[in-house]
Ligand binder design. Sequence first.
Ligand code: SF4
Ligand code: SF4
Length: 438
Amino acid sequence: MKLKTFTGGLHPPDNKQWSSHKAIEDCPLPEQLLIPLSQHIGLPADPCVKPGDRVKKGQPVGLAKGFVSVPVHASTSGEVLAVEPRPHPSGRDLPAVVLAPDGADEWVDGITAARCEDLSPDQMRERIRAAGVVGMGGATFPAHVKLSPPAEKPIDTLILNGVECEPYLTADHRLMLEEPQRILAGIAVMQKVLGVSRVFIGIEANKPDAIAILQKLCAGTGIEVVPLAVKFPQGAEKQLIKAITGREVPSGGLPMDVGLVVQNVGTAAAIDDAVTHGRPLIERICTVTGPGVAEPKNLRVRIGTPLAHLVAHCGGLAGDPAKIIMGGPMMGMAQLSLAVPATRGTSGLLLFRENELSLCPEGPCIRCGRCVRVCPAQLLPTTIAAYARLERIGEAEEYGAMDCIECGCCTYTCPAAIPLVQSIRSGKAAILAKRRKG
Ligand code: SF4
Ligand code: SF4
């Protein structure tokens, strides 16, 4: 059978065998949680606790500022030690609530279960917002915003993203295998919120066990499980939409412009927790893996757990880490230290030692065209990167820099080791800065 896919992309070694067979384990609580107030796209939350306060699990410690923002919650019960800047995955020190767990792990009062059929779409959106649910694939866009399309953009299709095309990561795979009912319950909520009956679950064909389980559970529901070609970045939103429906999201547009909402399977599970059980987003599944960690695992991690604690629960370091990446190796963020905490967007933690990194010096472009062939956005990466480096921002924009999804395929494939995506990313930041100035 010919599997659906998109144009461009590539096949990096997936290295999922390190952890794909490992059942999800609960990571014990650390001595201190560092809960960042900025864990989502949009304005950071405003702290609503102070040092010395005692809080319970699920209690808000930061309140949303505006519509495109979400509250942040205590991941366990304990005492607030500080509200101050601490290391953040962005590389800066940003405001965080430092919490000392008391060991009781006691839920806050007022967590109430509800039945989907008793709630209106607006009530469900509010429960999702209040629970702080964001895109769990790493994008961290507030879920209630995605589920509030304007009336002039009717939605007819919901796509669940179970692709997990980043090498090494297996958190979504394990979730689909071990807790598929949470995903299906989340889908039912979103169907009611959006008023859609057409639903697809896209999964790369390298997870046949997850495909089989979901196909069995979805039989007779009208939900179609779609096996997809194994190719990076199959899970990128625009590429997933094109592969499954053939629809093209226009340049600068959103999935809702073509009648679609896409949510990660982990987000669907968090939506079920929020709406059905009234539970805020205080934990997630994270793959800790790579040759630099003694025993790769899939962990259920409380938000705010320092990365060093995750590594310790995986048997510790296997040698000196030369590179630490939060997320996948293609689109993840390099980290300066293991003092950084896991956030709602931390799908993975990868550790590499010096000898596993290919550190080729950059050479001149040999015009081989490989970067153009693999670009899933059909851009000219070498041209855009060159303009961005020369700070010729107008030309970089003209050549479609803002359509770059920062997948890193161009950099990965370039025989001259030119940091194309890094230059394009800087160019995009300069374009946005120019737009803000007007
Ligand atoms: S230009 Fe952007 S979208 Fe195209 S391959 Fe490079 S990083 Fe990916
Ligand atoms: S892949 Fe590298 S060397 Fe080849 S055309 Fe692109 S930038 Fe030049």
